[in-house]
Design a protein around this ligand. Structure first.
Ligand code: ZN
Length: 206
């Protein structure tokens, strides 16, 4: 199992900034942006996550992520949907009914992988659920604060090469959500580590 530890250590040795730049590099709509623009986007996403974190702390103090949802009266649903190789999610935020959904089945699967591969010295197994929750909580912030950077249309796009238009870059919200979750849970490593554990272990799935 040395290769799994190596793969995780690779992420653990990277700064958050580098990890988020990597996310942009992998994004189909963002990868071709100039490096300076990508750096600006990452800095603004980090700023936005920090702003939302401070808003929450100033309003409610330090609580567990689930308690914020209770205070903010956000409905929370727990489901058990078996992850597959092709479709899996840990959590969701649904804008229509403003609900946070946590998928206990996938969360348990990732925990099982951490134990099976003896990764608990590298990966914080106890904060996984809170991290997923905090991530989805951030998407609620995006809904109630439309002026946030991640809601802005920052990408130049051309439709059929005729009309110049601007489009939103969804990955910005994902980077900000990831950073917000890290701040809120005081996680020592990037939440990306959990994603990596899942992607390394998903060959076990159907
Ligand atoms: Zn998300």
């Amino acid at each position: 199992m040395e290769n799994i530890r190596d793969a995780l250590n690779k992420i653990l040795n990277k700064s958050d900034f580098t990890i988020y730049m990597g996310k942009l590099d992998k994004d189909i709509t963002a990868y071709k942006l100039p490096t300076s623009k990508k750096e600006e986007i990452v800095n603004k996403a980090i700023e936005e996550a920090t702003w939302c974190y401070n808003e929450l702390i100033n309003k409610y103090g330090e609580l567990s992520p689930i308690k914020y949802a209770i205070r903010m009266q956000i409905p929370v649903v727990y489901v058990r949907e078996k992850p597959t190789k092709y479709y899996a999610y840990l959590g969701l935020f649904t804008e229509k009914n403003q609900t946070i959904t946590l998928n206990i089945e996938t969360i348990d699967f990732v925990k099982k992988l951490i134990n099976e591969y003896n990764l608990s010295d590298l990966v914080d197994i106890d904060r996984l659920k809170d991290t997923v929750f905090a991530h989805e909580l951030f998407h609620y912030f995006e809904l109630i604060y439309p002026d946030l950077y991640s809601n802005q249309k920052i990408l130049d796009a051309k439709i059929f090469g005729l009309f110049k238009t601007k489009s939103q870059l969804l990955v910005v919200g994902e980077i900000a959500a990831m950073h917000f979750a890290k701040l809120l849970t005081k996680l020592k490593h990037s939440p990306l580590v959990y994603d990596k554990v899942f992607s390394l272990g998903k060959k076990q799935l159907l």
